[in-house]
Design a protein around this ligand. Sequence first.
Ligand code: GAP
Length: 446
Amino acid sequence: MAVTVEKVAALCRRRGFVYPSSDIYGGLGSAYDYGHYGVLMRQNIRGEWWRSMVQERDDMVALDSAIILNPKVWEASGHLATFTDPLVDCRTCKLRFRADDLDHASCGRKPSKHPGETQDCDLTEARAFNLMFETHIGPVRDSASVAYLRPETAQGIFVNFKNVTSSLRVKPPFGIAQIGKSFRNEITPGNFIFRLREFEQMEMEFFVPPAEGPTWHAYWIEERRNWHVSLGLRESRVRLRRHEGDELSHYSEATSDVEYEFPIGWLELEGIAYRTSFDLDQHSEHSGTKLEWIGHEERYVPHVVEPAGGVDRFMLAFLCDAYHEEEVAGRERTVLRLHPRLAPVKAAVLPLIGKNADMVSHARRLYEELRRAMSAEYDEDAAIGKRYRRQDEIGTPWALTIDDQTLADGTVTIRDRDSLHQDRIPIDGAKDLLLDKLEQPWSPEE
Ligand code: GAP
């Protein structure tokens, strides 16, 4: 059965991954709260990004900059002038649409058509609408106190270029990576957690000698595509797309997107932009502080390659790819075939009979050993089949069951979420076996 965003959203709500925000007050347009399993999964996504971008590299350092920056940052970056979407209003149905996306929008009349398609549609001229959220600093709300919630984490990196190069042992080519919340007053948010007004970005600015810019751009496009596939997105659903001239952002000389085939079509997962020296030049000019690399015998403004993705959007792609409905032994099962390293829970420990004190004590002991090394869950409620189904729905790759034989010979069954194959293994080696499995490459069936 075909996966839809609605099905994924329903599972997320039912199983405690994602809830509509402010739910008891009727929600808030396109705002979501993450429940227990959502939080665990997001930590894993961030963790995998961090591991590959920072931990396993020699040429990367970390940063965590403020969300509200000096407003001059946004003047220099060009966001105040150009971070806009073209907007049209319909005088008839009173709805607002992105002028460049009318083909994907539905007008407010029934049966629903695209805005502008019916005779009653009365669209205004397109106007530029700035996407930045405004706030005020201090007690006085006047034009001098206006500040902005950052629409991207990238600028926090550029304005710290001098701090980083003068305090840490770095030399181009090197990168600064950061994960954090960004905010955009999107005109048409939607499709669950695909486009939000408050979202989390994972961005890295890679500073290189200018002549090496195009080579590093190609390198990062490939690296980032491979990262998504290595974490289980099916290759047939991942592609690269180069931006055409008029699609390029104001700061970019070339951009390629890693796109994923969501149930709603091919859409951007991550953008890899070649920003040249645009940002460092702009901030040098506006701040009066020269942002450049000064080596022993050289001095230049580095060029920048930027892979920029989002935790929420990656999570939606991983969930859509993993979601399967199938029939097993005449019964329906819904399963999330997540890469084990992304799965919120790695192992469930289940005493076959929840009322058997010996089984329970063996199971608790194993569970307490496992949870020191990985996210694990203990469950003794309900029939074993039901407990397996519960774990399948949250994507737990392995279930370890304690039964009569465990009490006799110290072995447990290990059930594989995908193949449903069951093996017996010694209880003493279970933790090391799972840790080993977590390091193995994993790919879904195409
Ligand atoms: N610094 C460059 C930059 O911000 P972007 O293409 O606007 O580029 C990068 O954003 C990534 O951030 C996107 O590919 C997407 O994964 C995520 N993202 C952007 N806007 C988003 C939104 N409204 N909701 C969820 N994720 C978003």
